[in-house]
Ligand binder design. Structure first.
Ligand code: PMP
Length: 398
């Protein structure tokens, strides 16, 4: 990148990033902008035990150079956790990544040439947009919360489709069962890869989980290892702890080989200590042990945020109560509201929000804001919402 190009790039990204950085330094600010878990949910004692045992009992796995695609034992335990019914997974279907974030980066490296088309759920996860930005992709937005979307039309000729079917970041919405079927059918018909990014799939607070695209795409596949069009991305960040940086890809063996080749030129392999910790945690069923408490805590916080929104924001925004995940997507009723400006004004009122422009590849959607409910206790969520109402009225009056 030339110096002028670097300056242009910085000028595009700077405003929101600078505001977030400034927000971190304001005392008493209530942060509804981030997407962070509550640190109280981390199973610290269990993880400390696994860390100790990783180094002391498994120095070969944890301290040596490791296979690029991950420790064989960890790949096996992930394959076993996800295999069911027609979905038959072997080690060759699984690779370990440094968080789900690295998987997004590797998918872009393997599949995208400059200017290629991506059929992406809209609004889209900021980290994915960041990962693919260097390839200058042409986005075909898919509004999966409406019935008015031509999924097969968007996917035909695109290099891949990208969706977060469970409690999307940022919209908090589920992709409903019929659209899941449609996405999978379109992937089979058009030959377009289908990237299923699923960090929130274990965080259902109401109702039964909907089928994964990965499972739907394996229907009637026969006996061999999975060879379908879905590239499934998982992570331990929400179920255990983001600092472990353990994610994984489940896909057809040839895609795993391609992504592994790309990973070699990226970080060579994911920390062996963390992989060994993850293997022990999954073998012992640690996520299943901690998830009930996480779900109870976050459900209560979702309810607290939504109750405060009903009290203070009913005349200002529209939103759906999410059935899980970490976010509520609030769309301003008044089209004059610009949530970029609201983010800055919110800081004067002691609240930080994420504006919708950062979840739009073109940066043009100014109508909505993403509110996080997992980090703050109920009293703080209620006060944050009160401040947001104040800031919104002030912004509309300005
Ligand atoms: N995808 C989505 C939709 C996310 O919200 C996140 C994290 N917030 C990630 C991927 C990446 O998570 P991690 O790298 O921590 O696994």
């Amino acid at each position: 990148m030339s110096r002028p190009a670097l300056a242009r790039w910085l000028s595009q990204t700077n405003d929101v990033t600078q505001t977030f950085l400034a927000a971190g330094r304001i005392p008493g600010l209530i942060n509804l902008a981030g997407g962070l878990p509550d640190p109280s949910v981390w199973p610290v004692d269990a993880l400390a035990g696994y860390a100790q045992s990783a180094v002391a009992d498994h120095p070969g796995d944890s301290l040596a150079y490791s296979p690029i695609d991950g420790l064989p034992g960890l790949r096996d335990v992930i394959a076993a956790r996800f295999s069911r019914g027609d979905l038959k997974l072997g080690r060759e279907n699984v690779m370990v990544t440094t968080g789900g974030m690295q998987a997004l980066d590797l998918v872009g490296k393997v599949l995208l040439d400059q200017g290629d088309a991506i059929a992406a759920q809209s609004p889209a996860y900021l980290g994915a947009l960041d990962a693919w930005m260097p390839r200058g992709p042409a986005y075909r937005p898919m509004r999966l919360d409406t019935n008015d979307v031509d999924i097969a039309g968007c996917m035909a000729g695109a290099k891949f489709a990208y969706t977060v079917p469970n409690f999307s970041n940022p919209s908090g919405r589920l992709v409903e069962a019929d659209q899941r079927q449609e996405l999978v059918a379109a992937a089979h018909d058009t030959g377009c890869w289908l990237v299923e990014d699923d960090p929130y799939g274990a965080l259902y607070y109401d109702g039964d989980p909907l089928p994964r695209l990965l499972d739907l795409s394996a229907k009637g596949q026969g006996d061999g290892p999975y060879d379908g069009p879905v590239i499934y991305l998982g992570t331990l960040s929400k179920e255990l702890a983001p600092g472990m940086r353990i994610g994984w890809v489940i896909a057809a063996p040839e895609m795993i080989v391609a992504l592994t080749t790309a990973k070699q030129g990226s970080d060579m392999f994911t920390s062996g200590i963390c992989q060994r910790m993850a293997q022990s945690a999954l073998e012992d069923g640690l996520p299943e042990q901690v998830l009930p408490q996480i779900i109870d805590l976050y459900r209560a916080r979702r309810d607290a945020l939504c109750a405060a929104m009903a009290e203070h924001l009913g005349d200002l925004y529209d939103w759906d109560v999410p059935k899980g995940g970490m976010f509520v997507w609030a769309v301003a009723k008044d089209p004059r509201l610009n949530t970029d400006a609201l983010m800055t004004r919110g800081l004067d009122h002691g609240v930080c929000i994420s504006p919708s422009s950062v979840f739009d590849p073109e940066g043009k959607d100014h109508r909505a804001t993403r509110l996080n409910f997992t980090l703050n206790p109920p009293e703080k969520l209620a006060e944050g919402v009160r401040r947001l109402a104040e800031a919104t009225r002030a912004e509309l009056a300005s």
